[in-house]
Design a protein around this ligand. Structure first.
Ligand code: ZN
Length: 175
């Protein structure tokens, strides 16, 4: 989504509501701060989410968004990145061409994205969504993430230490 004022490509969504001309979004440009409105017609059809108990309900971006935001609460994530993540999941859903989508698939999609973004948010989302049966399963997940962080310390995860310290510890430069 390009800013009409400065051409910047990063914006955050301030407000989003369905309308006759598609989804109306108020956006704020992260580069120049200008506000502008977009009408997005990603969906050529409605998608229905099939829940675990078999009930169907229309896909609702706000619902998806609130679950993800809750998981990301107070995490040091760059402004706008959550909107981007939600945009990309929404796009992926509509591009699948499916009319129905199980809530499990959507949840897995979110988990995939959160795992790349922030492990704490991932664990929070997973603990709500997967309803971990016991603390043992949760511990396994946490352990495997910790293992992964150890083996790939220069991934896209937000560094816990400043990058020059990480570089020193790891012994090579981040890109
Ligand atoms: Zn701008």
């Amino acid at each position: 989504m390009q800013c009409p004022y400065c051409g910047g490509t990063d914006s955050s969504v301030i407000d989003s509501r369905p309308g006759d001309e598609g989804v109306r979004r108020r956006r704020r440009c992260l580069a120049c701060g200008a506000r502008f409105t977009t009408y997005e017609r990603v969906q050529s059809h409605n998608i229905f989410v099939v829940k675990k108990d078999g009930r169907r309900e229309e896909f609702n971006r706000d619902k998806l968004s609130s679950g993800i935001r809750k998981a990301c609460e107070k995490r040091p994530l760059p402004i706008g990145i959550i909107d981007k993540l939600i945009d990309s999941i929404e796009t992926e859903l509509y591009h699948s061409g499916k009319v129905e989508m199980s809530s499990t698939i959507i949840g897995d999609l979110v988990m995939q994205e959160l795992e790349k973004l922030d492990h704490i948010a991932y664990i929070r989302f997973a603990s709500v969504y997967r309803e971990f049966a016991d603390i043992g399963v949760l511990k396994q997940v946490v352990d495997s993430l910790a293992e992964e962080e150890k083996s790939t310390p220069v991934s896209n995860q937000l560094p816990l230490l400043p990058s020059h310290v990480v570089n020193h510890l790891v012994g090579h430069k981040r890109k």
